[in-house]
Design a protein around this ligand. Sequence first.
Ligand code: ADP
Ligand code: NA
Length: 342
Amino acid sequence: AKIGRVFSGIQPTGAVHLGNYFGAIDNWVKLQEEVGQKDKLYFSAVDLHTMTALKEYQLEEAGSGIKKRTIKDDSIELTANLLACGIDPKKCVLFRQSQVPQHSELYWILGCLASTAILDGMHQFRDKSAGGNFKSQGLYTYPTLMAADILLYGTTHVPVGEDQRQHIRLARRLALNFNRYYMTDLMVVPWSMETSLARVMSLSDPTSKMSKSAPSPESRIELRDTKEMLRKKVRRAVTDSTMGVTLDRETRPGVYNLVRLLAHTTGRSDEEVAAELKDAGHAVLKSAVGDALEIKLAPIREKVEYYMANTKIVEEILNEGAREAEKEAHKRLEKIKSRIGL
Ligand code: ADP
Ligand code: NA
């Protein structure tokens, strides 16, 4: 398959969870095996994006007495997770967004082509600013920064989970707006590339997606969770009171989510797993999910701990990645600015 140029990012806002793994990282690892001579993969810890939740960050740290955890620490932990999952800096460009200043510059340029009527309709802004939360300009224009991340590298494909579909549409629209307004074809119009498990649901509320920002750590399985934590979370996952196992996303979201996780983790189809466990109780399903996840995650966990004990290695990888990313970003941004007449 032809891949072209790929960009994808993850926010370093906390531990990496199964949604990130199956919705993004696992797919990135597979892409690495398919890249040809002309293809290029950019994977980024999008740390500037995390600043949209700066308030929560500070509250968490207040009065703790321990060394303040920085956004950079979070990027290093995220990168340790990515490396442990098999992201290989020899096969991709792995970097921290804030080390490449062109992201912010293109963000401004695109912002001047983004209609507020469209930003008003972005579901993530509506969700995250609900309930009296601080509504910053940053949170509002976050999708514009994301578009800049993508367009800066001439990206053709963006591997993301289903939750990001709307944001990719905006990136496409801004690329087209730019090309139309400045009468050029400099901006490559990107496509999203969804994984087969593009939506992992929360364990405590299977009607919402598993997320780093959900307050309850019980709702998500993190790659660094110990064997005991992992099993406990799966055991406590919300299901329903119907007997047996069937595949029904609408009426049985909890069971559906667990079946899909099991199928994906063991490389089988959802139908096959559901048929096999048709008469099984939920406890049996959960213990099968726990076993499968433990087999999958144990080696990853071990590698994360290795990188976390050797953060100098991780930092060097990020610095090298930033140098490479900036080279490309600089080249493209110069063309863009020259076209604008700056
Ligand atoms: P989060 O939503 O947990 O903060 P990010 O916004 O950093 O995670 O998303 C990083 C990547 O992980 C994106 O490609 C996103 O689509 C994917 N992703 C996040 N949560 C899920 C989920 N529950 N299911 C599938 N993919 C997900
Ligand atoms: Na998100």
